[in-house]
Write a protein that binds this ligand. Structure first.
Ligand code: ZN
Length: 311
């Protein structure tokens, strides 16, 4: 018997904190700053999207702003039926302005925990390095993430433009994160094809890959993802908005039954046996906020076993 997707317990694994900001909050912060509201649609390139993302992030200038965004992102995930939410976060964005980098990390950990507890769900964080910064900074971030492993940080990620910055220089950072028991969850295989995914696997030890959809261009790679049980945190809306796939091939072309999905990906209609998580029903403010959800890729936190069955 069909069940209401909204009511199914879900894990919201692929969203970026600022990108998941409510459009109304974005408009309010822009008004407060006396600047135009950054666009949340209609990008013509990843570079334009990235610029607008950073413009939107720059509107968060106080601790109250940051706490509000965290709280609302967690609330929105809970409203969508998520029992676990796991945003990406880049702490250097606020370091200095809102305190030391540790203090910034502790603000989001604290507010995330408070907001999640208020809704009876769980919240973990992916500390995410940016590829367009020096790999040494990524090592520092991995060290920061490792410090908070077990205190709310659950994974280490890598975001920004794949086409300009391949994964290999970030191998040391991911080794630090993996040694601390964090999940390796870099972005790969959206703007670049299989080479990016191979790099994420071989150099970064990826256990989850944000997007990864262009792995479908290499059947051997799809087979490897399936055999190694690497989960793809897919976000079809992002793929469409960033022109990775034509708009005409809508998200309706995706079909997934987690954990072992039979996916029909946008680039082709090839079926595969790779693991992937499926999109949820939330709205999103930017492509990177596009919510995806599914079961966690590696040891499920205790809440997962306790999650009440959907009615
Ligand atoms: Zn992403």
């Amino acid at each position: 018997m069909p069940r209401d997707l909204q009511l199914l317990p879900k894990a919201h694994l692929h969203l970026h904190l600022e990108g998941a900001m409510r459009p109304a909050t974005l408009a309010e912060l822009a008004s407060e700053a006396g600047v135009p509201t950054p666009p949340v649609r209609g990008y013509t390139s990843f570079a334009e999207f990235g610029l607008q993302y950073r413009v939107a992030s720059a509107l968060i200038v106080t601790e109250d702003h940051l706490r509000r965004v965290v709280r609302e992102v967690v609330d929105d995930a809970a409203d969508d039926g998520a029992v676990w939410v796991e945003p990406h976060f880049y702490p250097p964005r606020y370091a200095g302005q809102l305190g030391s980098i540790d203090e910034v990390m502790e603000i989001v950990l604290d507010e995330g925990q408070r907001a999640a507890a208020a809704r009876g769900i769980g919240c973990g964080w992916i500390v995410s390095a940016l590829r367009d910064f020096d790999p040494d900074q990524a090592v520092e971030l991995a060290t920061l993430a490792a410090k908070y492993a077990g205190s709310g940080v659950v994974a280490f990620g890598l975001a920004a433009d794949e086409a300009l910055y391949p994964p290999e220089p970030f191998a040391e950072a991911f080794a630090v994160a993996r040694d601390a028991g964090l999940i390796s969850a870099p972005h790969a295989g959206e703007l670049v094809g299989p080479a990016s995914v191979y790099g994420a696997l071989d150099a970064l030890g990826a256990q989850r890959i944000c997007h990864g959809v262009r792995a479908i261009e290499d059947p051997a790679l799809v087979e490897r993802l399936a055999v190694e049980e690497v989960v793809l945190d897919v976000c079809p809306t992002s793929n469409v908005m960033l022109a990775v796939v034509p708009r005409s091939r809508s998200t309706r072309s995706w079909r997934c039954s987690t954990p072992a999905c039979a996916a029909r990906s946008p680039p082709t209609t090839r079926s595969c046996s790779a693991r992937a998580c499926s999109p949820s029903t939330s709205s999103c403010a930017t492509p990177s906020a596009c919510p995806t959800s599914g079961s966690p890729s590696s040891p499920a936190p205790a809440w997962w076993a306790r999650a009440p069955p959907a009615s």
